[in-house]
Structure formats: C-alpha cells, structure tokens
Ligand binder design. Sequence first.
Ligand code: MN
Length: 197
Amino acid sequence: MTADAKLSSYRKKRNFKKTPEPSGASNTKSNEPLFVIQEHDATALHYDFRIEIDGVLKSWAIPKGVSTNPAEKHLAIPTEDHPMDYAHFEGIIPEGNYGAGVVMVWDIGTYQNLKEDLWSMRTCYKKGRIELFLHGKKLQGRYALIKTGAEDNTRWLFLKMRDEYADKLIKGKTKSALTGRTLKQIAKATSKNESLK
Ligand code: MN
C-alpha cells in the first residue's frame, strides 16, 4: 500500500480548511526513522505515540502516557496512520473538528528496531511485537509495544524494557520537546497569533 492509500482514513476524518493539521501532501521519508509522542488535550487528555513505518506514522493513543518503570504496562489503542509532517504539529485543533483540543510535541527523536536482524518494522507491526530503542529528547532506551488478546488490533500494551534507562525521572514533563511551551502556553499563543484562513 502506498503512503497516500494509508492516509485515506486520516484525510477522511479531517477538513483541512478548518484544522491547521497537515494534510500530508508533501509526505517525505526521514533519514533515520522518526518517533514522536504528542500530548493531546482533547475530550480526554491522552498521549499519541507515533513511529515511522514505511513512509507514514503508525499511531497509538495511550491514555495514561508513558512511564520509565518496566512494571507499568500502559494500554495503547491503535489509531489511523498519520502523515510524516504530523511529527512537528503543535497547536490547536479547533472546536467542531476531529480531535479538537491542544496538541503538544511531548517528545521527538529517532528510533532503532531492536529486532532488525530478524524482522522489518512492517513485520514487527504485523506480528504485534515491536521492540525499539528510542533516542528522544526525554525518553531514551528500550521500549516495547505488544499486541494483546484478540486478533482485532484494538489493544496493545506500551512498556519500558529493563535497561540502564529504566526508572529514570523524566525531565520537563509538562513542556514541549520542540518549543519548551506548556499546553496552556501553546493554547494562548495559537489562539492569538495563528488564525485559520
Ligand atoms: Mn490524539
């Protein structure tokens, strides 16, 4: 499937005249595969974990966010593939639009597939067993996404794997990894300066 075909669900949910989110028209692959975690203050506050696989950002919503404690396994619910340029999206999705609320780039960086000797990321995703080494601004080290239970791809678990980065305190938890702003500051700045055409 082409990246365009994978993004059809993403595009159907959105009216790009009414939301500042990227349409993915200039969808480009990065040199090193990207990951991003966005804090999203929508109907319910949650975190969106996205990793680049085959030219799109595969995405999961994680209601409880991430933890560096390997004993904490957090539910991760798959959502639609997002375009590559979504990784740098920070701002307000206006009322009345899908996912309305403030979005912050909570962490961003590159990752390595820890299973790359055996399986491509596409295969890891299909198998429901993804093991990554994250090189983020906040998160470092080994993390896993594991599909659980039924075959319907609705439930995964996100967890820290044991390594020297386990149980480390996360610094700057309330601030954007891109701009250093809090959710409140993003909301204020965006509503003042960026009005939609
Ligand atoms: Mn979200």
